[in-house]
Design a binder for this molecule. Structure first.
Ligand code: ADP
Ligand code: MG
Length: 327
């Protein structure tokens, strides 16, 4: 496998030379393959030889939210969370989607959840008993608020979640670098609870008008709650549809929401396959395009960086015989 030379110490992994995704990504400082005529296999893009610089105060408490359901919040939580763990940061992911909890399924940890936050608050178990360590990355832990299909426990609100975050900060093992909260859909009590302890938000949206309208509403609510650091992930993007003008471009989305862009994730059938296997996409070898895009988003999250939306490139025009003569 080829090794890559980073052109700059500050460069996040770059995909432009290797993948179809090039049209989505800001052409940030390029990583040059040693043999430029032979593009490296896609997995070599993941061979970063530096760790991203963690910006901001830890623990970074990040809520993953959207307004509309089914746009990819849980997928983002699982993939960005595990990417952060792979980059060496300690991560606690809180599944705050009470009743419809499925982060445990996406992570393949559903059989290991014996206790939830409800039992911790009732004094039936200790906090560390409710933390489920990932099978692959021991610096990633999952915490579920309640058992599946149960309602939000009476009296459980923002204050309880703030208490929980404080308890995580003062653990004997030390405070985690990231606490990621998977938010429920909608803007009712569950949403308010999930955003209360957060200092920053990742807004997941798909490039369609209903998702954007909800995202816009949620942005207003997050700002009202004092969360100023809001970045967005545009998920399920299809270049073919954008080219055919059947889908809004990422640039359009950015103009409509006016938010900094953390990542652009293409539509990828591997997402569903990995969900069903309980094996997050970012762990796939070789990685898929969506996996790489999540990995890049995690990198930017660490460094509090963002990307520019670029317009989908036009196909290079075929040069006909007459074009050689300027025709
Ligand atoms: P939410 O948590 O916002 O309700 P999920 O993360 O559960 O959304 O995703 C909803 C559905 O969309 C799942 O079936 C998931 O596999 C699918 N999905 C999410 N992102 C993508 C993607 N980039 N490409 C293809 N399918 C996706
Ligand atoms: Mg979800």
């Amino acid at each position: 496998m080829l090794s890559l030379q980073p052109s700059s110490a500050a460069a996040p992994p770059n995909l432009s030379s290797t993948s179809k995704l090039s049209s989505f990504f800001n052409p940030v400082k390029t990583l040059k393959p040693l043999r430029p005529n032979h593009p490296p296999p896609i997995q070599s893009v993941l061979q970063w030889n530096r760790k991203p610089q963690l910006a901001g105060e830890t623990p970074r408490v990040v809520v993953i939210t959207s307004g509309k359901g089914g746009v990819g919040k849980t997928t983002t939580t699982a993939n960005v969370g595990l990417s952060l763990a792979r980059l060496g940061f300690s991560v606690v992911a809180i599944d705050a989607d009470v009743g419809l909890r499925n982060l445990d399924l996406l992570l393949g940890l559903e059989n290991r959840v014996n206790y939830t936050v409800v039992e911790v608050l009732n004094g039936d178990c200790r906090l560390d008993q409710a933390l489920v360590r990932d099978k692959r990355w021991s610096n990633f832990e999952l915490l579920c608020i309640s058992k599946p299909r149960s309602k939000l426990p009476i009296g459980f609100g923002g204050k309880a979640l703030v208490w929980l975050v404080d308890a995580l900060k003062s653990r004997q093992e030390g405070s985690p670098d990231f606490i990621i909260i998977d938010c429920p859909a909608g803007i009712d009590a569950g949403f308010i609870t999930a955003i209360t302890p957060a200092n920053e938000a990742v807004l997941v949206t798909t490039p369609d008008i209903t998702s954007l309208r909800d995202a816009d509403r949620v942005t207003g609510l997050l700002e009202c709650d004092g969360i100023r650091d809001i970045k967005m992930i545009v998920n399920r993007v299809r270049t073919d549809m954008i080219k055919g003008e059947d889908m809004m471009s990422v640039l359009d989305v950015q103009e409509m929401l006016g938010l900094a862009l953390l990542g652009v994730i293409p539509e990828d059938s591997e997402v569903l396959r990995s969900t069903n296997r309980g094996y997050p996409l970012v762990l796939n070898k070789p990685p898929t395009l969506a996996g790489l895009a999540f990995e890049q988003a995690a990198w930017r999250l660490v460094e509090q960086d963002s990307m520019k939306a670029v317009m989908v490139e036009e196909e290079p025009k075929k040069r006909g015989f007459f074009s050689l003569f300027g025709g």
